[in-house]
Design a protein around this ligand. Sequence first.
Ligand code: PMV
Length: 334
Amino acid sequence: MILKQRLPKKKSNDFHDSSVLLKSKASAPAKVILFGEHFVVYGVKAILCAIDKRVTVTAETIQERKILIKSDIGNLELESGGKISEINSPLEPFYYLADKILKNQNIGIQINVESDIPLGVGLGSSSACCVAGAAAISRLFKETSKEEILELAIEAEKTIFENTSGADCTVCTYGGIMEYDGINGFKKIESEPNFHLVIANSNIEHSTKSVVEGVKQFKERDENNFSSLCEKESKLIKEALKFLKENNISELGNKASENQEYLETIGISNDQLRKMIQIGNNRSFGSKITGAGGGGCIFAITEESNVTEAMNNFKNENYDCFSVKIDFKGLDTF
Ligand code: PMV
């Protein structure tokens, strides 16, 4: 439902009576890439799941012809119709969305962002912002489908990372667990495996763009080696899908550790992350980096019985950690 402070009589999407103020709200979950990050950029299937941490975006029209964005990481205030390439801010996707939706109308948009997703550490904070932002902003003027919102969100995400595979925005929109590849898109995995993920944060922010660039260079140095790694990853994904359907958590853990070896090979790990993986492996079924790597988070796969033990293991070493469940809801609009 779209919240309207005074109900307008709208004739078309291009027309807006600026004396009528509109308000709309949406929230989207964070995500974890369970298997297949980086290889997904080269066409290999990945497996992702949405997790129960969220960003909520509220958008409202304002009479001033401006785009105002307020968030925990700062504010941005700009005229609409500006050059995207000249904005150097993590809030750029919101500006892109608001400017696109306003289409030179004689009003402005104010956006408020509230998030409990740690930033820049591979948990899909920017994708969740793009999805919730696309929903809240586009729904100010008309009902939009999830498909349209996803398309807008991916466009917005491209202002930060042009070569995004689109996987992150897809899982933040639809929620649950899914397989994803660039050609066939996503397919939801309908089984509901009951693993718990313990996520440990290195608190090292990473730039997806530069880590992905590093992997591209690795590939270009030895195409044969990279293509054989892609084959191994594809095989691993098939096995992981089978174990997910069977709810075989211990084998899923083994697959996570195997996937971690491939991530080590392509050079996205470091000493800090390796130390965290070791701690994770101690009391879980297996662990790996999630997302671009170079920093960010790792997860350890556990079940109910060993989740606390696995968490304590990280806490004893002073690591920032928390446990998450799968979010089956995805994008929510109010
Ligand atoms: O760390 P994140 O959330 O930016 O994840 C990036 C995932 C990659 O596979 C490395 C890139 C992509 O577009 O899929």
